[in-house]
Design a protein around this ligand. Structure first.
Ligand code: IVH
Length: 683
């Protein structure tokens, strides 16, 4: 008896632990787009919890992660309530589980069941609402009942119609999945790593990150795609009776419906579909992690209904996450632009999902310790989200005692300088500002597309130029024209490409201050922060002189960023670099530097909405702030002006209602010009 109570107590504790772990992972996955658990680990925890809850129904809890969908919407966005809940799907992890689902539902239906088979896209679920054929609201799933309003971001997706064609009801909601095409994902991640930003672990997180940007112009820079897989709320009765017909109908209205959808008349056909999808999956340009099998007849769907968060009429028949065993041969380290010491695993090569895998990032020391990875271990490797290789775990029972624990280096693997680690970070850093690994990564960043955009200089050429002592840092690129003879002898830089390169270097002198600030590679200063600094201070000298308090007073810049900026400019070697760039003729002030002190918009509140032609919305907002004005996101009685571009949405209606001054881009430009002119005349 005592034994039973003990084991029950243990299981209750385990239930609590699993619930708390899963809730934490839900927040990391759905709100922060940076999951820590592998999908397979998450699935295993969810399954264990579900089994325990079935075994011990006395501990059931409506707030358990097994009963909920996703995570509550983030406070960063306006919350929207879904008219119909956005549900989740039950999983089948193998054929037997799929067959038992079929058996369960067959008992509840009297006739043969037709299924619609679809791919299970691995992205982000969204709802899109159309009124009178116009897209008026886009939202994430959130917790299934309340999601985040991402209307403007969703409007940037090319394959999502903004207006419908054909005969549509006056209110129509569709549901679908936003995906990040894999080819673009790879490019996007490479660009992020060159910019010193953390890479996304898989296309799904990149899609979620892109759609949940606060600035739709940022979303627009990312090539998102979308597949619509079903209908949400509508105010009319629609003319079809099956899921397949509904998809055909949505295609006629202009929605992007996936070409691989198929009708299956039997479970055998479903299983054939599953096998063929498993085969083609590696060749698709979007991630998918299984197939979704849905009962085709809508009256059957209604009859079967929903239990908890999952409809009984559909199931996600998941692909096995392809895992392979291999040997962890070594753990090596590379050095990032900021000096971060990045561990990575070297394996005995294995083929997973058609690609030869030899290496995987191990993130940082904590990651290696938490998985107790040892050199010589047999490890399980998988491709997370079918793309990026990851070490799942080591198989400890295969150890023979020869495996060795990782010894973190105490000096930089490239320059041998001492390594330091901050108390609050898992990462260690080489702090030698002359470290060649850092210097070459800094030059790579300096020339990258989002920075000085100097084409024709890849990592290899940079390394050669450094090895030949032609450049020591980025500023020496501008002196390369004086060393053409030597540069030409370098194998990778032939005459024509050298000419092109020198032209590109020369043209980069025209890049504006914000680009130069981005190019410096200051920790936490990407293009957006650079733009804020450039708008507020207008010259690099004013930024150098600015106190941390002045920097932090800029909306959008917090203590972490301002402290990094101050510490960058208090380092004499960085000032030396800036002075060399100044001598080379780079643009270190803005065109309107003389306008900085002309605070002509003080006490004026603006809302900027819609897509602009000549400037991005952020540029216009920054301009307003630089001239002393205030920018808010919602139109109210306190708003003085609303600057509108195309597709302005409800903010324009609100402005009309409250009779607020409405300006288009040109009128806004004219207003500024006349205010500045007036100001000059009064001086
Ligand atoms: S149907 C009630 N169809 O999977 C039915 N969902 O785990 C719910 N998903 O949040 C959705 N591909 O984002 C459906 N062909 C597909 C899907 C699909 C991917 C996602 C969806 C949902 C999640 C459920």
């Amino acid at each position: 008896m005592a034994d039973n109570t003990d084991s029950e107590n243990l299981n209750r504790l385990r239930i609590e632990e699993l619930r708390s772990q899963l809730s934490k992972h839900n927040i990391l996955y759905y709100q922060e787009n940076s999951p820590e658990a592998l999908d397979s680990e998450y699935d295993a925890m969810m399954r264990e919890l579900r089994d325990l809850e079935t075994q011990y129904p006395q501990y059931s809890d409506p707030a358990s992660p097994t009963q909920l969908v996703g995570a509550p919407p983030s406070k960063k966005f306006t919350s929207v309530t879904h008219k119909l809940p956005m549900l989740s799907l039950a999983n089948a992890f193998n054929k037997d589980e799929f067959l038992s689902w079929n058996e369960r539902i067959s008992k509840l239906l009297t006739t043969n069941i037709d299924f619609v088979c679809e791919l299970k896209y691995d992205g982000l679920a969204i709802s899109a609402i159309y009124e009178n054929g116009n897209l008026i609201q886009g939202a994430t799933r959130g917790d299934g009942n309340k999601g985040e309003d991402v209307t403007d971001n969703l409007k940037t997706i090319k394959h999502l119609p903004k207006t419908l064609t054909g005969a549509y009801p006056s209110v129509l909601e569709v549901r679908g999945e936003v995906v990040f095409p894999i080819s673009d994902f790879r490019e996007f991640n490479t660009a992020r790593s060159v910019d010193g930003l953390p890479e996304y672990t898989n296309p799904r997180n990149a899609a979620a990150g892109a759609l949940r940007q606060l600035d739709p112009d940022e979303t627009a820079k990312r090539p998102l795609d979308i597949f619509i897989y079903g209908l949400g709320y509508t105010n009319s009765t629609l003319p079809y009776t099956t899921q397949l017909e509904s998809l055909e109908y949505l295609a006629q209205l202009g929605f992007n419906i996936n070409e691989h959808n198929m009708l299956a008349n039997s479970v055998d056909q479903v299983i054939k579909y599953y096998s063929s999808c498993l085969e083609i999956q590696g060749g698709l340009n979007y991630a998918c992690d299984g197939v979704v099998v849905k009962v085709n007849r809508l009256d059957f769907q209604r009859h079967l209904g929903t239990v908890g968060r999952e409809p009984k009429w559909a199931i996600a028949f998941k692909f096995p996450s392809e895992q392979k065993e291999t040997t962890l041969l070594d753990i090596k380290f590379n050095v990032g632009r900021t000096g971060s010491i990045n561990p990575y695993a070297i394996f005995d090569p294995v083929i997973i999902g058609g690609a030869n895998i030899r290496q995987a990032t191990l993130h940082n020391e904590d990651y290696i310790r938490s998985k107790d990875l040892r050199i010589g271990d047999t490890v399980i490797v998988e491709r997370a989200g079918e793309v990026i290789p990851q070490v799942v775990q080591s198989i400890t029972k295969k150890r023979d005692g020869t495996e060795t624990q990782l010894i973190m280096p105490t000096t930089c693997p490239v320059c041998n300088h001492m390594i330091f680690s901050h108390e609050d970070e898992a990462m260690s850093y080489c702090v030698n500002s002359r470290c060649t690994a850092q210097l070459s990564k800094m030059v790579e960043h300096f020339v990258s597309k989002g920075a000085m955009d100097i084409q024709g200089l890849g990592p290899k050429q940079i390394q050669v130029l450094m090895a030949e002592n032609l450049i020591e840092d980025a500023s020496d690129l501008y002196d390369l024209k004086n060393h053409q003879d030597r540069a030409m002898t370098i194998e990778r830089i032939g005459e024509t490409s050298l000419d092109n390169l020198l032209t590109a270097i020369n043209e980069s002198l025209q890049q504006p201050l914000a680009r130069v600030l981005t190019a410096l590679g200051i920790k936490h200063v990407g293009p957006e922060v650079a733009e804020l600094l450039s708008n507020r201070f207008q010259t690099i000298d004013k930024i150098i002189q600015a106190s941390e308090t002045e920097i932090i007073s800029i909306s959008g810049i917090g203590p972490r960023i301002s402290s990094s900026i101050s510490s960058y400019f208090s380092n004499p070697s960085n000032i030396k670099l800036i002075n060399k760039l100044r001598s080379a003729g780079l643009t270190l002030e803005t065109d309107n530097v003389d306008q900085i002190d002309k605070q002509v918009l003080v006490n004026k509140t603006f809302v900027v909405t819609g897509r602009m032609e000549n400037f991005s919305r952020t540029e216009i907002q920054n301009k307003i702030k630089a001239l002393g004005g205030k920018v808010t996101s919602n139109v109210s009685k306190k708003t003085d002006f609303v600057v509108v571009g195309s597709d302005p949405g409800s903010k324009l209606d609100q402005a009309n209602l409250l009779e607020i001054n409405i300006l288009d881009e040109t009128q806004f430009g004219d207003l500024l010009q006349s205010l500045l002119l007036n100001y000059d005349q009064l001086q």
